[in-house]
Design a protein around this ligand. Structure first.
Ligand code: PNW
Length: 536
């Protein structure tokens, strides 16, 4: 007893005399000692460190060796869709320079690499009728080069580049796509699965559903708000479940991998936490972005709040059924529990408040007005090269906790996290080091203090690449790429050196050698004293 009291007293004393002042990464904006202090420590021993890319953003070789066109080839070649009329025709030319990518990863000390397969490179018209062998060879070579470097692949089946031939048949609006996606998935499991431990069916369904089919700012560029996005999401979720079960039934036993889905969302922070309506609006926004996909995948159906609001509005708008489709009982069963892990792409935070104006015309319908939420970013928050992305580290921890709470404490892999800069040559990217430090510190707090089950972290991106509608004007890379050069050399930025050290140290072991020595020394001393007294 006396030992315990003395020990606790000594620990408190140690903390008072030896602990550092809190460190803030964004001292001007986020300086609440409780919320924003940098958290030193190391990640769990088997923590998985990775970086990510996506086929259309890096491969180039858009019409080489039998590859069929994808909706992104079509979209970028139409004038007016992409800043500076950029396109991914050449991008980082990873189709030819994949060994350079692997070398860059090796230098980082990476153990995992997340990339995506271009569906129309392996199946040029989207269907299993014609397999393009050079496309298969490319991914086999990449996977083998990774294995050779002791790097495990984490493969995304769909990172937005649908074969144009399937878009011509209605794309995700046509439920025949479910069978085509099943064939494509089976081919990938069969061909590459002996060497792939992690499969991700879809990357960020929310982005390509809403940006691609409601706003039209991404391929396929459809502006069909309020109906098409829900149908697209519905077919995609059914495709996901089908692919999951193909893997589960036919490949898991022999290949011993895992399969899941990757979702993204801002964290929606109620702008007034004392107002229940505002708190409810923030929750509604979270459900309309993340719950839309996660709820079916974990529980077999859309969130109640979506089902009721969309049904109500649809009726008032004169639709004879809800614009939100319904799953059959069999589909619900096949969806529920169809992810071995929660893939989470983590970037930013928004404030949210309700739109209470009932005079708002209910027509035309849209996903964004269905929510009755107004969301925005504080102008006080730090900026990035992208207008939608402001660093708000504490939002990441809150959203991780939200996922834990809503979906039964799932295993979470952060499958993307990163920040953009604008297009000026700058390998001295302190902004990226700050962002990664601050976000990683929040992830560590989530693991250690909140017991959120995060098992891996992926930096977006290995290198600068084609940033969708922004072309090459926004750069997310740990490596700089000169897109005007033939060589497209991957030049490490300061953030690459930083990330390599984080990986080598498995985190941020201490706030500095000196203070840890002081801390350690004092602790040994007081323990010794406590022990001696405790014996008496
Ligand atoms: C993700 N938003 O896209 C994608 O998975 C990557 O391909 C992309 O390059 C990266 O993040 C950076 O943009 C997002 O508006 C695009 O919230 C837009 C949003 C989020 C993610």
């Amino acid at each position: 007893m006396s030992f315990l009291v003395l020990y606790l007293f000594c620990l408190t004393f140690t903390a008072i005399v030896a602990d550092d002042e809190p460190t803030f990464i964004y001292p001007d904006t986020f300086n609440d000692a409780e919320r924003d202090s940098f958290y030193y420590g190391t990640f769990p021993e088997d923590f998985l460190w990775s970086t990510a890319t996506a086929s259309y953003q890096i491969e180039g070789a858009w019409n080489v060796d039998g590859k069929g066109p994808s909706i992104w080839d079509t979209f970028t070649h139409e004038p007016g869709n992409i800043d500076n009329a950029h396109n991914g025709d050449d991008a980082c030319d990873s189709y030819h320079k994949y060994q350079d990518d692997v070398n860059a990863m090796k230098a980082l000390g990476l153990k995992y690499y997340r990339f995506s397969i271009s569906w129309s490179r392996v199946l040029p018209n989207g269907t299993i009728d014609h397999i393009n062998q050079p496309g298969i060879d490319y991914y086999n070579n990449l996977i083998d080069a990774l294995k050779e470097a002791d790097i495990s692949p984490m493969v995304t089946l769909y990172h937005w580049d649908l074969p144009q031939a399937l878009q011509d048949k209605g794309g995700w609006k046509n439920d025949e796509i479910i069978e085509h996606f099943a064939d494509y998935s089976r081919l990938c499991f069969e061909t590459f699965g002996d060497r792939v431990g992690f499969w991700i069916t879809f990357n960020e369904p929310w982005v390509f559903t809403v940006m691609g089919h409601e706003y039209g700012s991404m391929a396929p560029g459809l502006i069909e708000p309020g109906t098409t996005p829900y149908i697209v999401a519905h077919n995609l979720l059914r495709s996901h479940a089908k692919a999951y079960h193909i893997y589960d039934d036919s490949y898991r036993a022999t290949q011993k991998g895992q399969i899941g889905i990757t979702l993204n969302s801002d964290y929606y922070q109620a702008s007034d936490v004392d107002d229940p309506d505002t708190v409810e609006a923030a929750e509604r926004a979270q459900q309309f972005v993340m719950g839309w996909f996660a709820n079916p995948v974990y529980y077999g159906d859309y969130p109640d709040v979506m089902k009721t609001t969309i049904a109500e509005k649809s009726e008032k708008q004169g639709f004879n059924a809800s614009r939100l489709p319904e799953f059959t009982e069999a589909e619900k069963l096949s969806l529920a529990g169809s992810s071995d892990f929660f893939g989470f792409n983590c970037y930013t935070t928004s404030y949210a408040r309700p739109i209470k104006n009932t005079a708002t015309p209910l027509v035309p319908p849209s996903w964004s007005t269905d929510q009755d939420v107004f969301s925005w970013k504080s102008p006080d928050w730090p900026t990035s090269g992208s207008d939608w992305l402001r660093p708000v580290p504490w939002g990441a921890r809150r959203l991780l906790n939200w996922i834990k709470k809503k979906y039964g404490n799932p295993v979470i892999y952060i499958t993307e996290n990163g920040i953009s800069t604008n297009d000026t040559f700058n390998v001295n990217d302190q902004i990226r080091i700050d962002y990664y430090s601050a976000y990683l510190s929040e992830v560590l707090k989530a693991i250690e203090l909140d017991e959120v089950n995060v098992k891996g972290y992926t930096a977006w991106s290995l290198m600068d690449n084609f940033e969708w509608a922004r072309g090459y004007t926004e750069r997310f890379g740990l490596h700089y790429v000169d897109f005007n050069s033939q060589e497209k050399t991957r030049v490490p930025k300061d953030s690459a050196t930083f990330y390599a050290k984080v990986i080598a140290d498995n985190g941020f072991p201490s706030s500095g050698v000196q203070s840890s020595l002081v801390n350690g020394g004092v602790k040994v001393l007081v323990l010794a004293v406590a022990f001696v007294f405790g014996m008496k």
